[in-house]
Design a protein around this ligand. Structure first.
Ligand code: SF4
Length: 338
């Protein structure tokens, strides 16, 4: 079920994109809210999507769209005053929303791993990077230190860290930003997870290193068949990396479908805006098309379609919430134009 829909209307597990084999991950009508002094913030408000084993899906949207809260909810890393107010997160058919802390710890780092935007924040500055990989390995596998160190060196080699035998003994501050992100990816892949969640993995890196890290993820995906959930504000990155895409805005899904459909023939005005703000060589010297206005405060979301105040096609009916419906491109869009 997608954002802005009622149960049974998008079909979540039964939608065209999710038909067929059971999914590795199926997020159904997820609602993650935060209690604040000013009221309840509905950061994620009825979001559904699913990912098959070994496949790739991008969640794209501006800051405040709810995409990172979605990934933290899947990892069960939402802390008070945040809470999962409703919905299901089925991983291999089991609902992890109701898992005990012990069960979720067994899953995290082994079956599902998360790579954050800032590798420096993810790494412990007082341990060598090798020790941090060894710890990740030994937390989930019965492995002696010598074997774990050899495996850490092999992982560093796999993620393209030069002279891995020496690098394992370095502390994080000795490595460049790009190398640190390779280390966090090595840690995430240490136990060959079924699902790798990458939350803006290249935003803190310069453009050349960004491209290298994205190429690395593409290559690793093919080699170890890990499913990838990529969270990004950059729809251009999703075009490069993902088979399917979910476009989020205001905590809800605006459009979802195969990446080729959504980016080749975007139907939701917000998706159109995101795509037209991608820089291209043809735009050299010209101003980029930015989407007018900004994401409203989650405490002051307009009634109905959340994109209404910024939408060039807004009409009176948009004050009522549109449901996700199939469009002629094959995608699903939550917009009264369809
Ligand atoms: Fe939202 Fe209406 Fe614009 Fe569609 S046309 S995106 S429903 S405001």
């Amino acid at each position: 079920m997608l954002s802005g829909t009622r149960p049974g209307q998008d079909g979540g597990a039964g939608s065209p994109l999710s038909a067929g084999a059971p999914k590795l991950l199926s997020v159904q009508e997820l609602r993650t809210h935060f209690r604040t002094a000013a009221g309840v913030v509905k950061a994620v408000d009825g979001v559904s999507f699913s990912i098959g084993a070994g496949s790739s899906l991008g969640i794209v949207g501006e800051s405040g769209s709810g995409k990172s809260v979605t990934s933290l909810s899947i990892m069960r890393l939402i802390e008070p005053p945040g809470f999962v107010a409703g919905g299901h997160i089925l991983f291999k058919g089991r609902d992890i929303v109701s898992f005990s802390e012990r069960e979720i710890r067994g899953l995290r780092g082994r079956d599902i791993c998360l790579v954050f935007q800032d590798p420096m924040a993810a790494l412990n500055p007082v341990y060598t990077v090798g020790d941090q990989v060894i710890e990740a390995l030994q937390a989930h596998q019965d492995m002696g230190r010598r074997e774990a160190r050899d495996r850490a060196i092999a992982l560093f080699k796999m993620v393209g860290i030069p002279a891995p035998e020496r690098r394992v003994d370095d502390y994080p501050h000795k490595l460049s930003g790009g190398m640190r992100q390779r280390v966090t990816i090595a840690i995430a892949l240490a136990n060959e997870p079924d699902l790798l969640i990458l939350d803006e993995p290249t935003t803190a890196l310069d453009v050349t290193i960004q491209a290298q890290i994205l190429d690395l993820v593409k290559d690793l995906r093919q080699r170890i068949n890990t499913a990838v959930l990529l969270i990004t504000h950059d729809i251009g990155v999703v075009k490069e990396m993902c088979e399917e895409v979910v476009v989020m805005y205001g905590g809800r899904v605006m459009e979802r479908g195969a990446t080729a459909q959504v980016t080749g023939a975007p139907r939701h005005p917000y998706t159109v805006g995101l795509l037209s703000s991608i820089p291209s060589p043809a735009m050299k010297g010209r101003r980029l098309n930015a989407i007018g206005g900004s994401v409203p405060s989650p405490l002051r979301m307009p009634p109905g379609c959340p994109f209404q105040p910024r939408c060039p096609h807004a009409m009176p009916v948009c004050a009522t919430t549109p449901e996700l419906r199939p469009t002629d491109s094959g995608s699903l869009a939550a917009c009264w134009l369809y």
